[in-house]
Design a protein around this ligand. Structure first.
Ligand code: FES
Length: 66
């Protein structure tokens, strides 16, 4: 399961909470604030989904996550 930004050691649940509190609307907002998606950026499409859907756990093998 994919549920965190490994590089920033932060779960998608925490990212969602921070985004809600600070009204961050995009991965760029989160990156600019130093929250996540700063390094390898593998998590970026998932963080986009977190912001879009509110889901915080993803199965990388399920096409419905795309
Ligand atoms: S896993 Fe998020 S930047 Fe690497």
């Amino acid at each position: 399961m994919v549920n965190r930004c490994i590089c920033s050691k932060i779960s998608f649940a925490e990212i969602k909470e921070i985004a809600d509190q600070n009204e961050y609307k995009s991965v760029k907002d989160l990156r600019d604030a130093g929250v996540c998606s700063i390094h390898c950026r593998i998590c970026e499409p998932y963080v986009e989904k977190v912001l879009e859907t509110g889901n915080v756990v993803f199965d990388p093998f399920q096409s419905t996550n795309k």
